[in-house]
Design a binder for this molecule. Structure first.
Ligand SMILES: Nc1ncnc2c1ncn2[C@@H]1O[C@H](COP(=O)(O)OP(=O)(O)OP(=O)(O)O)[C@@H](O)[C@H]1O
Length: 371
């Protein structure tokens, strides 16, 4: 899979831009605030139908305008695919594949997978459990279209259960049978989600370790695990055991909406004991492992978006990463850096097709390597 052309209209700081991309490595160099991350976010839109920054769509409309359009011409399994995303203030988002509106935009997720490595990923380490669950949900839904609908159903039943607990508290009467029906539905959906997430993390773990070892030079040992109360008890047992507590709390205190990912370095939490460079290496290894996992599961190499990945890393780690990026293991890569010398270093090592672009105040210009 590859993106051949990216066109933007009123997207963030780009008034109008159209870029012909390399099938291999695409390097974007420019000063801070030039719009490099915005370009990667536009690509994220075409894959995931929303901003990587999770912001509302209207914030991606260029200041002073009232709509934006992002369009991409892809080649997927020898077929051309034109993806269009348009957002106008006050209207709902229009998302089209080859000129045809999607009935449900969520049906698009997984068609053109993407892996985004970003400085904003730090919330996967120092953020709340919710940030890590969002990450899990976003990755697994690219792998398995049924997962997203199961998750939507789970959240719907969870809302119903919480509403019922509140009503029962206010009415001073709880019908055990109503709760039992809700619990049964929630357990069935929750167990499916637990199994899918656990399978993903268990299979990701050895790949994650390998990438960490390669980039760090084997200086530390890391591990990743899925942290869930469902590991020791079934969801039905957990709901039953917390029924009294939930009545008083008026919400559901157990379930997969409380789960987390555990990241350790030499046996201790990365969040507490990892240095900034180690934390960054963990995030990069996690995302590269995700890339391998998705490639194998879907039989397509996702687009790899690498935003400012070298910051905070020592020379040895930077060199190892350059080896990875310049190699043949990944498909189409998009990499941003404010340091042109570093990008030149990567381009010199790259044997395959590549292009260098300069980004300046919302303009993108293709330049020759030696310029
Ligand atoms: N809706 C918008 N309309 C106009 N400009 C916007 C909008 N949203 C963000 N910007 C501008 O985009 C710029 C940030 O772009 P971006 O994050 O892509 O920079 P960058 O090149 O990646 O910089 P850095 O090297 O610092 O990471 C800022 O100048 C910001 O004001």
């Amino acid at each position: 899979m590859r993106l051949d052309r990216l066109s933007l209209l009123n997207f963030k700081n780009f008034q109008e831009a159209s870029i012909e991309l390399s099938a291999g490595l695409n390097c974007f160099v420019g000063a801070n605030g030039a719009g490099k991350t915005n370009l990667l976010d536009a690509i994220h839109y075409l894959s995931m139908s929303k901003s990587f920054l999770m912001a509302a769509d209207v914030y991606s409309i260029r200041h002073g305008d009232d709509f934006f359009v992002v369009q991409g011409d892809f080649l997927l399994k020898q077929r051309e695919e034109r993806i269009y995303c348009g957002v106008k203030k006050g209207n709902s988002k229009v998302f089209k594949r080859n000129g045809k509106d999607y009935e449900k935009i969520s049906d698009h997720i997984g068609l053109l997978p993407v892996v985004f490595v970003s400085p904003y990923d730090t919330n996967l380490i120092d953020g709340a459990g919710e940030d890590r669950r969002k990450y899990l949900n976003s990755v697994v839904s690219q792998l398995d279209s049924g997962y997203l609908s199961t998750l939507i159903d789970y959240n719907r039943v969870l809302t119903q259960r919480n509403r019922y607990l509140k009503q029962a508290w206010e009415a001073r009467h709880l019908d055990e049978e109503v709760l039992a029906v809700l619990d049964m539905q929630l357990s069935g959906l929750g167990t499916q989600i637990y199994n899918r997430r656990k399978q993903f993390i268990d299979e990701l773990a050895p790949i994650f370790n390998n990438y960490y070892r390669f980039v760090s030079g084997g200086n530390e040992v890391v591990s990743i695990g899925y942290d869930s109360a469902l590991a020791s008890k079934s969801m039905g047992e957990l709901l039953l055991a917390s029924r009294d507590k939930d009545r008083y709390l008026q919400h559901t205190s157990v379930g997969i909406h409380r789960d987390d990912i555990e990241l350790l370095i030499d046996g201790y939490p990365v969040k507490r004991d990892g240095s900034q460079g180690q934390q960054k290496t963990v995030l990069i290894a996690l995302k590269l492992a995700q890339f391998d996992y998705i490639s194998k599961a879907l039989g397509i190499k996702p687009l790899l978006l690498l935003d400012d990945i070298f910051d905070k890393l020592d020379m040895q780690r930077v060199e190892q990463l350059i080896l990875l990026v310049a190699g043949e293991a990944f498909g189409q890569i998009f990499i941003t850096d404010s340091n042109k010398t570093r990008l030149d270093g990567i381009l010199r090592k790259t044997k395959g097709d590549h292009r260098l672009f300069r980004v300046e105040n919302g303009n993108v210009i293709q330049v020759n390597d030696e310029e």
